[in-house]
Design a protein around this ligand. Structure first.
Ligand code: ZN
Length: 99
């Protein structure tokens, strides 16, 4: 199965920028910072905790999750159909052999 994971970039609710710097000196990388860490928008300078940012972007995240579910379902269906087709081919071959 192909890789269906995707990354949702957080957007600044004020200006829509997706670059943030962590103000937590222990976690300079925003993606590794804990939810309570303060992140600062590199563009407009607004600060949020990571948790607030997640909440602001929750609709976007949910949408991405929904899309991912759809894709997973489609993939599973495709794999199933392929498996069924192979199954039928095998049965057909067996029938031909027994004749
Ligand atoms: Zn901003």
């Amino acid at each position: 199965m192909k890789d269906l994971s995707r990354e949702v970039s957080m957007l600044c609710p004020v200006c829509g920028n997706d670059q943030f710097e962590s103000l937590d000196e222990h976690y300079p990388d925003p993606s590794e910072a804990p939810d309570s860490a303060l992140l600062k928008c590199s563009d407009c300078g607004a600060t949020y905790t990571k948790e607030e940012l997640f909440q602001e972007n929750s609709e976007k995240i949910e949408l991405a999750v929904e899309e991912m579910k759809e894709e997973v379902l489609q993939e599973v269906e495709k794999e199933l159909k392929k498996a069924l087709r192979q199954h039928r081919t095998i049965r057909k071959a067996r029938t031909e052999l027994s004749v």
